[in-house]
Write a protein that binds this ligand. Structure first.
Ligand SMILES: [Zn+2]
Length: 165
Protein backbone atom coordinates (compact mmCIF):
# COMPACT_ATOMS: atom_id res chain seq x y z
CA UNK A 1 0.00 0.00 0.00
CA UNK A 2 2.70 2.45 0.96
CA UNK A 3 4.81 1.86 -2.11
CA UNK A 4 1.81 2.39 -4.35
CA UNK A 5 0.95 5.62 -2.58
CA UNK A 6 4.49 6.83 -2.90
CA UNK A 7 4.51 6.03 -6.59
CA UNK A 8 1.35 8.01 -7.20
CA UNK A 9 2.39 10.82 -4.91
CA UNK A 10 4.63 12.38 -7.54
CA UNK A 11 1.99 12.39 -10.23
CA UNK A 12 -0.16 15.38 -10.97
CA UNK A 13 -3.48 15.08 -9.16
CA UNK A 14 -6.73 14.88 -11.12
CA UNK A 15 -8.61 18.05 -11.91
CA UNK A 16 -11.71 18.32 -9.73
CA UNK A 17 -15.28 19.53 -10.12
CA UNK A 18 -16.81 20.13 -6.70
CA UNK A 19 -20.57 20.12 -6.19
CA UNK A 20 -22.79 22.91 -4.90
CA UNK A 21 -22.91 21.57 -1.35
CA UNK A 22 -19.16 21.84 -0.90
CA UNK A 23 -18.13 25.41 -1.63
CA UNK A 24 -15.84 25.61 1.40
CA UNK A 25 -14.25 22.32 0.46
CA UNK A 26 -13.51 23.71 -3.01
CA UNK A 27 -11.85 26.80 -1.51
CA UNK A 28 -9.58 24.75 0.72
CA UNK A 29 -8.68 22.34 -2.05
CA UNK A 30 -7.57 25.37 -4.09
CA UNK A 31 -5.43 26.61 -1.20
CA UNK A 32 -3.84 23.16 -1.16
CA UNK A 33 -3.08 23.59 -4.85
CA UNK A 34 -5.74 21.43 -6.42
CA UNK A 35 -7.38 22.52 -9.64
CA UNK A 36 -10.88 22.55 -8.15
CA UNK A 37 -13.69 24.10 -10.14
CA UNK A 38 -17.08 24.51 -8.52
CA UNK A 39 -20.48 23.89 -10.00
CA UNK A 40 -23.31 25.69 -8.31
CA UNK A 41 -26.66 25.56 -10.02
CA UNK A 42 -27.38 23.04 -12.74
CA UNK A 43 -28.45 19.49 -13.26
CA UNK A 44 -26.41 16.37 -12.63
CA UNK A 45 -26.28 15.87 -16.38
CA UNK A 46 -24.78 19.34 -16.82
CA UNK A 47 -22.16 18.60 -14.18
CA UNK A 48 -21.30 15.29 -15.80
CA UNK A 49 -21.03 16.91 -19.22
CA UNK A 50 -18.71 19.59 -17.87
CA UNK A 51 -16.58 17.06 -15.98
CA UNK A 52 -16.18 15.04 -19.18
CA UNK A 53 -15.43 18.09 -21.33
CA UNK A 54 -12.78 19.35 -18.91
CA UNK A 55 -11.51 15.94 -17.83
CA UNK A 56 -12.44 16.46 -14.19
CA UNK A 57 -13.29 14.13 -11.33
CA UNK A 58 -16.61 15.04 -9.73
CA UNK A 59 -16.44 15.52 -5.96
CA UNK A 60 -19.92 15.18 -4.51
CA UNK A 61 -21.93 14.21 -1.46
CA UNK A 62 -24.69 12.89 -3.72
CA UNK A 63 -24.61 9.10 -3.64
CA UNK A 64 -26.82 8.83 -6.69
CA UNK A 65 -24.57 11.02 -8.77
CA UNK A 66 -21.41 9.35 -7.50
CA UNK A 67 -22.86 5.95 -8.25
CA UNK A 68 -23.92 6.62 -11.80
CA UNK A 69 -22.40 4.23 -14.25
CA UNK A 70 -19.58 5.62 -16.32
CA UNK A 71 -19.21 8.75 -14.20
CA UNK A 72 -15.81 9.53 -12.66
CA UNK A 73 -16.85 10.72 -9.22
CA UNK A 74 -15.59 10.75 -5.66
CA UNK A 75 -18.21 10.47 -2.91
CA UNK A 76 -17.56 12.71 0.08
CA UNK A 77 -19.37 11.42 3.16
CA UNK A 78 -17.92 13.43 6.07
CA UNK A 79 -19.78 16.43 7.46
CA UNK A 80 -16.75 18.27 8.88
CA UNK A 81 -14.53 20.20 6.51
CA UNK A 82 -11.24 18.76 7.77
CA UNK A 83 -12.57 15.24 7.35
CA UNK A 84 -13.84 16.05 3.87
CA UNK A 85 -10.39 17.36 2.95
CA UNK A 86 -8.81 14.19 4.32
CA UNK A 87 -11.24 12.07 2.30
CA UNK A 88 -10.38 13.84 -0.94
CA UNK A 89 -6.68 13.89 -0.18
CA UNK A 90 -6.64 10.16 0.59
CA UNK A 91 -8.56 9.36 -2.59
CA UNK A 92 -6.73 11.52 -5.13
CA UNK A 93 -3.26 12.13 -3.64
CA UNK A 94 -0.83 13.69 -6.06
CA UNK A 95 1.72 16.47 -5.74
CA UNK A 96 0.31 19.94 -5.56
CA UNK A 97 1.79 23.39 -5.18
CA UNK A 98 0.07 24.99 -2.18
CA UNK A 99 -1.09 28.60 -2.55
CA UNK A 100 -0.69 28.57 -6.31
CA UNK A 101 -4.40 29.12 -6.99
CA UNK A 102 -7.04 31.70 -6.20
CA UNK A 103 -9.27 30.46 -3.38
CA UNK A 104 -12.18 32.41 -4.81
CA UNK A 105 -12.21 31.36 -8.46
CA UNK A 106 -9.50 28.70 -9.00
CA UNK A 107 -7.37 30.96 -11.23
CA UNK A 108 -3.61 30.31 -11.31
CA UNK A 109 -1.95 33.16 -9.42
CA UNK A 110 0.69 35.29 -11.12
CA UNK A 111 3.48 37.29 -9.53
CA UNK A 112 2.65 40.94 -9.09
CA UNK A 113 5.53 43.40 -8.73
CA UNK A 114 5.39 45.83 -5.79
CA UNK A 115 5.11 48.66 -8.30
CA UNK A 116 2.02 47.11 -9.82
CA UNK A 117 0.64 46.24 -6.39
CA UNK A 118 0.76 49.89 -5.36
CA UNK A 119 -2.81 51.10 -5.32
CA UNK A 120 -4.16 47.57 -5.52
CA UNK A 121 -3.61 46.88 -1.82
CA UNK A 122 -4.06 49.01 1.32
CA UNK A 123 -1.10 51.37 1.96
CA UNK A 124 -0.12 49.60 5.18
CA UNK A 125 0.05 46.28 3.36
CA UNK A 126 2.08 47.79 0.53
CA UNK A 127 4.59 49.22 2.98
CA UNK A 128 4.99 46.02 5.01
CA UNK A 129 4.88 43.32 2.34
CA UNK A 130 7.30 42.59 -0.50
CA UNK A 131 5.63 39.71 -2.32
CA UNK A 132 2.28 39.96 -4.04
CA UNK A 133 0.36 37.73 -6.39
CA UNK A 134 -2.73 38.45 -8.42
CA UNK A 135 -5.44 36.22 -9.80
CA UNK A 136 -5.86 36.82 -13.53
CA UNK A 137 -9.41 35.50 -13.26
CA UNK A 138 -11.01 37.75 -10.62
CA UNK A 139 -8.25 40.29 -10.02
CA UNK A 140 -7.90 39.52 -6.33
CA UNK A 141 -4.45 40.36 -4.93
CA UNK A 142 -2.86 38.03 -2.39
CA UNK A 143 -0.13 38.70 0.14
CA UNK A 144 1.12 37.01 3.27
CA UNK A 145 -0.81 38.91 5.92
CA UNK A 146 -1.07 38.33 9.63
CA UNK A 147 -3.20 35.24 9.07
CA UNK A 148 -0.48 33.71 6.89
CA UNK A 149 1.49 31.58 9.41
CA UNK A 150 -1.65 29.88 10.71
CA UNK A 151 -3.03 29.36 7.21
CA UNK A 152 0.25 28.01 5.91
CA UNK A 153 0.59 25.62 8.87
CA UNK A 154 -2.91 24.30 8.35
CA UNK A 155 -2.53 23.72 4.61
CA UNK A 156 0.86 22.04 5.00
CA UNK A 157 -0.61 19.79 7.70
CA UNK A 158 -3.45 18.87 5.37
CA UNK A 159 -0.97 18.03 2.64
CA UNK A 160 1.10 15.92 5.01
CA UNK A 161 4.64 14.78 4.33
CA UNK A 162 4.46 15.20 0.59
CA UNK A 163 4.52 18.97 0.84
CA UNK A 164 7.97 18.78 2.41
CA UNK A 165 9.48 16.78 -0.47
ZN1 LIG B 1 -9.61 34.60 -8.62
Amino acid sequence: MLSQENASAKEAPPRLLVDAMHGRLARWLRLMGYDAEYFGAGSDDAAIARARAEDRLIVTGDRQLAGRRGVAALLVTAAALDEQLAEVRAAVGGRTEPFSRCAECNGVLAELSPVDACGAVPPYVWHTQTTFRRCPGCGRVYWQGTHWPALQAKVLALLGDEAAL
